[in-house]
Design a protein around this ligand. Sequence first.
Ligand code: ADP
Ligand code: TRP
Length: 323
Amino acid sequence: MARVLTGIQSSGKPHLGNILGAINPALELAQDSKNECFFFIADWHSLTTIKDAKTRKENVLAVAAAWLAMGFDTEKNFFYRQSDLPEVGELTWYLSCFTPYPMLANAHSFKDKSDKLADVNAGLFTYPVLMASDILLYDADLVPVGKDQKQHLEMTRDMAGALNTQVGKEVLKKPESLIQESVQTIPGTDGQKMSKSYGNTIDIFAPAKVLKKQVMGIVTDSTPLEEPKDPDTCHVFALYKILASADAVAEMRAKYEGGNYGYGHAKKALHELILETYGEARAQYDQLLADPAKIEEKLKAGAAKVRPIAQEVLGRVKDALGY
Ligand code: ADP
Ligand code: TRP
């Protein structure tokens, strides 16, 4: 049995890129009976960038509702909120004393963020230590992450190794990263990578009007309706291709190439396909968010379920360090 663990930042409302790039691949791992999955909402990490409490709370609920609506089985697996396990904060301190300053100073993601953000706080700098604690506190074996997080996993292994060497035994388990190369980058409404920070998302769980507006707002060129169009340079077609069956894709390709088929028609078809694909999940999501207390209950239950593991591992570390 492999213990698979990953954190999801609660930095906004989940979009199509998050679903196809993160949620679906994680759900696939959870379906494998050889895996025991720990998925948590990294709401302490999100404080590095989101200072407003109301926004952070809304994001936690939205992220939790999205995972639940997409069918994550919280009975079989573990689903919790980072901040409900303050043990992770204590472990962060111990690990930070085994983290060389230059290692953090050389982190790509810190360099990227500190170039872009106005608020370059110490939390952003020590972000990888909290992330290492998230992983080591639960004896994780495998950590599925995007390529951008690979260096954080190497740091996690280094921190575990440094502490283990100091105390002369394997107190912390070194995890492996699972980089999913096959996960494709989902394009946004302007053809760039779909991302909250580019404002080009398709928010699958947004109210019907908003979702429709996003789909109708996909950027296209000005080829007149009558003329044939090139599907391979069209952002509408790029998204349609990801969601539709092979037959439907071939059919739409023929329509583009045949002429008398406008971008408006293609957008309408894409919009219908999105509603068809995610209709049930959207209904589930709305239902979940209508009763936030229930989501809260699930997160609390998840925290209670993982707490014994966190306490056991933290106990090992404290014993070894003489606290
Ligand atoms: P955003 O760029 O919108 O802020 P995040 O960085 O919060 O998204 O991403 C959360 C998860 O979703 C990550 O695992 C990331 O790899 C995945 N993801 C985000 N955008 C895309 C995309 N356009 N295509 C594929 N995966 C994505
Ligand atoms: N840093 C990760 C990201 O931005 C989120 C995260 C926090 C995480 N703690 C983690 C991922 C632990 C894996 C394991 O995507």
